[in-house]
Design a protein around this ligand. Structure first.
Ligand SMILES: [Mg+2]
Length: 417
């Protein structure tokens, strides 16, 4: 048995944790640079506020409706997510963190009433973190996803839906369109509809081998899973990423080479942090700079460059990025965005030293461990390479940012009683 626990409107819910005055009120969260709406709580959805719409278009309407608007506050969401996962780990020794707001728990051999158990998870998440969730429980991951959907959409479930018999999951499958199946996007579902497969029940009744040949082995697995045969095991340690990108649009357009280099170095530093966190070394980088697509004089330039030897040292990576941006830069343009990708990387434990070029020194390994340690303790970017500059104009605009309640000392909530 698998449980899938999914936070309800995660980002909007995070904004309400330390603002109990906002409970029951419409709340939305915007993307980077306050661009688009990326999260809406149930109250905001009920007002008919559309998803992924540019903020500036709806600004006056949101004001009129009394919607509370927030810039995205990723330190808060990330830390809240860790707390949610910590609480859930008490409910099973085998878990998979599937995304920032979803976790699978394996419940094989659990003999208690699973509906009660799901309710307990839900209640302790509310008690510990003030995070509302839906819990779906079923014999396969694909069915657990479906059950989770039921937990959110069917009020009678009270947030926990257990699909443990074919009769129960078939009831759901008949009532839902095929595009709601886990892993079946808009494009695949269009092709399925052409085959006369409209509801999930239609897909579950299809021949897995035949559709597997027509589509892919994943489709075959999905059909088996929809019938209660578990084909997708828990992935307790997700495989390390094969590419790491950090790209951002600037808060304000950037004209000078110096500013562009600072921004690119900051992104390189972020990518290097992620690289070290997954125990990898970088070999090849992809660096790009671009103007806005909407301006008349368009300019895009990019380059793929190789590091001297495999490394996870921020200083080496940023030095190469700085040099590369220098060669990409053309004066006279207003740049809107830059990005750095680590596109070729290797596992740190497979490091091969070259006889002719010295590899990464022990000293630089130690320095990186120290830097990551300080930044983990005192907040992101407490120490950084000077090439990133200080407080550039390119920094993201976040005009409606909430405090970093749980990750910055000066933002810690005050209670007056
Ligand atoms: Mg969610």
């Amino acid at each position: 048995m698998f449980a899938l626990v999914d936070c309800n409107s995660c980002y909007a819910a995070c904004e309400q944790i330390f603002r109990p005055d906002l409970r029951g009120q419409p709340v939305i969260v915007l993307s980077n640079n306050d661009g688009c709406i990326v999260a809406r709580n149930a109250e905001a959805k009920a007002l008919g506020i559309p998803d992924l719409e540019p903020y500036f278009k709806l600004k006056s309407m949101l004001k009129r409706l009394g919607v509370h608007v927030f810039s995205s506050n990723y330190p808060l969401y990330g830390d809240t997510s860790n707390r949610v996962m910590e609480t859930l780990r008490q409910y099973s020794p085998d878990v998979e963190v599937y995304s920032i707001d979803e976790m699978f728990l394996q419940l094989d051999g659990f003999t208690m009433d699973l509906n009660d158990y799901g309710q307990q998870m839900k209640q302790s998440l509310w008690q510990d973190v003030r995070m509302p969730v839906g819990v779906g429980i079923a014999p396969t991951k694909t069915l657990a996803k479906l059950a989770n959907h039921g937990a959110k959409k069917i009020p009678q479930t009270n947030g926990v839906c257990v699909l443990d018999t074919p009769k129960k999951w078939q009831w759901m499958q008949k009532r839902m369109p095929v595009n709601k199946v886990w892993g079946i996007g808009t494009r695949l579902s269009k092709r399925l509809v052409e085959q006369g497969i409209i509801t999930i029940a239609d897909l579950a009744a299809a021949d897995p081998k035949q559709l597997g040949n027509l589509f892919s082995v994943n489709m075959e697995r999905t059909i088996r899973e929809l019938n209660g045969e578990s084909c997708m095991p828990l992935e307790e340690a997700p495989p390390p990423k094969k590419q790491i990108y950090c790209t951002r649009s600037f808060g304000q357009k950037v004209n000078t080479l110096e500013e562009l280099q600072q921004a690119a170095c900051l992104y390189a530093g972020r990518a290097a942090e992620k690289l070290r966190a997954q125990e990898s070394l970088a070999l090849t980088l992809h660096v790009f700079i671009t103007t806005s697509r909407h301006t008349e004089s368009n300019f895009y330039n990019s380059k793929t460059v190789k590091l001297l030897h495999p490394t996870n040292d921020t200083r080496m990576i940023e030095a190469l990025v700085k040099k590369t941006v220098g060669s990409l830069y053309q004066p006279g343009y207003s740049y809107a965005k830059a990005g750095v990708g680590i596109v070729e990387l290797q596992d740190r434990s497979h490091k091969q030293n070259d006889f002719f070029t010295p590899g990464q020194s022990m000293k630089s390994e130690a320095l990186m461990v120290c830097m990551d340690g300080i930044n983990a303790k005192f907040g992101r970017n407490s120490t950084h390479v000077a090439a990133q500059g200080v407080g550039g104009r390119w920094a993201m605009s976040q005009n409606m940012l909430s405090p970093a309640y749980t990750t910055r000392w000066k933002d810690i909530p005050e209670v007056i009683c």
